[in-house]
Design a protein around this ligand. Structure first.
Ligand SMILES: [Zn+2]
Length: 57
């Protein structure tokens, strides 16, 4: 069974509809990190993203 790692930015930033979904956790984190930095000007660590924002679906 394959799991995907998903970040729904709307959960973190109420006005943002950005969604990342990837079967590769590292890739999902990297994409999320770039998005948070470029769009929201937030520097989030891998750990923060993994523990607080990523969902496994
Ligand atoms: Zn966003």
């Amino acid at each position: 069974m394959t799991h995907a790692h998903k970040l729904d930015c709307e959960a973190a930033e109420s006005d943002c509809r950005f969604i990342i979904q990837s079967e590769n956790e590292d890739e999902a984190i990297e994409l999320a990190q770039n998005h948070m930095k470029e769009v929201h000007h937030k520097e989030l660590s891998n750990e923060e993203l993994r523990e607080e924002h990523l969902q496994t679906v």
